[in-house]
Design a protein around this ligand. Structure first.
Ligand code: SAM
Ligand code: DTB
Ligand code: SF4
Length: 338
């Protein structure tokens, strides 16, 4: 590691970033690894510096999630409670009624949420479901909220329909490195994921794309995942970094938790490599201490999911989160600044 830093004098902690060379895509694995492996204080100092150049450091964007179609998914993602390949004990349900989705969104809006993210346990949306999801986007949009959906793989014409309905963001994660992908999921490929991301981008919908850490991957996989994201034709607008929530009955139900400092390094690297993106501290916050979350915010995370549950798993809940944000002096981000 010493050598790597020597080989990249522009990464010396005593020098300011070179605006031409350092910090611009395309990133190589070696460059990303050199940043990742910096002494922790230097890494955090750099991440916080980049963060302040691009965002108000004391504001965090708050998103609310709703599972509009739960369980019974034909995909075999090794981490997921909703796959029909695993025995997580989750009860599958049909696509929620449009009016109920809009009513739930209204309640979330009245409680202060500005972005509403709707998720479905699908490999991809069926044509017969498109009218309903389009109506959901239109209805939630009409409440004055930003809209986000995550419905699995999309064809270009489906992305275009969602764009026309007013969809602001589409979440589609690459989840891990290309190398590790087939260890976690066998029913689709990394290339399938990139193809959908292309359709979303080409339709003009903003891309929300990140992954999961703590799935037994190596450091190199976390770095490669972030290199792939940073080197996309445009970096994603939002980068959710999920910490695996181990779900009993899934292949990753017994996975060993990632060491917290390693997790914070991944957040800091995402911030440095994608300076203008919202980095979302996503799943797994119930297993994090307040101090670990505070370090993640210092490392550049500036978005979270609020509410008692994510899609099927637990989240800290409004009271705990507002107490933490108050103690840290962090305020919700205004929608226009997002
Ligand atoms: N079915 C769609 C798909 O996979 O794209 C959308 C829903 S899926 C649940 C959205 C994301 O949630 C996944 O890509 C994964 O990153 C994250 N996720 C799912 N289960 C998780 C878990 N147990 N722990 C952490 N993140 C998880
Ligand atoms: C993302 O990256 N994380 C969210 C959102 N995108 C859809 C989902 C987290 C799901 C956590 C597991 C669960 O609730 O089942
Ligand atoms: Fe299905 Fe998405 Fe879960 Fe994979 S992550 S099993 S695609 S709901």
């Amino acid at each position: 590691m010493e050598n790597k830093v020597d080989m990249h004098p522009e990464l010396s902690p005593n020098l300011t970033p070179d605006p031409i060379g350092w910090g611009l895509p395309p990133w190589t694995r070696a460059e990303a690894e050199a940043v990742h492996d910096l002494p922790f204080n230097d890494l955090l100092f750099r991440a916080q510096t980049v963060h302040r150049e691009n965002f108000d450091p004391n504001r965090v964007q708050l998103s609310r999630l709703l599972s509009i179609k739960t369980g019974g998914c034909p995909e075999d993602c090794g981490y997921c409670s909703q796959s029909s390949h695993h025995q997580s004990g989750l009860k599958a349900s049909k696509l929620m009624e449009v009016q109920r989705v809009i009513a739930e969104a209204r309640t979330a809006r009245d409680a202060g949420a500005t972005r509403y993210c709707m998720g479905a346990a699908w490999r991809s949306p069926k044509e017969r479901d498109m009218d309903a999801v389009v109506a959901m986007v239109e209805g939630v949009k009409a409440l004055g909220m930003e809209t986000c959906m995550t419905l699995g793989m999309l064809e270009f014409d489906q992305a275009q329909r969602l764009k026309q309905a007013g969809l602001d963001y589409y979440n589609h994660n690459i989840d891990t490195s290309e190398r590790y992908y087939s260890e976690v999921i066998s029913t689709r490929t990394f290339a399938d994921r990139l193809e959908t991301l292309g359709h979303v981008r080409d339709s003009g919908i903003k891309v929300c794309c990140g992954g999961i850490v703590g799935m037994g991957e190596e450091k190199a996989d976390r770095i490669d995942m972030l290199v792939t994201l940073a080197n996309l034709p445009e970096p994603p607008d939002s980068v959710p970094i999920n910490m695996l929530i181990p779900i009993e009955g899934t292949p990753l139900g017994e996975a060993e938790a990632i060491e917290p400092i390693e997790f914070v390094r991944a957040i800091a690297l995402a911030r440095i490599m994608m300076p203008k993106s919202h980095v979302r501290l996503s799943a797994g916050r119930t297993a994090m201490s307040d101090e670990m979350q505070a370090l993640c915010f210092f490392a550049g995370a500036n978005s979270i999911f609020v509410g008692d549950i994510l899609l099927t798993a637990e989240n800290p809940g409004e009271d705990k989160d507002s107490a933490l944000l108050r103690r840290l002096g962090i305020k919700p981000m205004e929608p226009e600044a997002q």
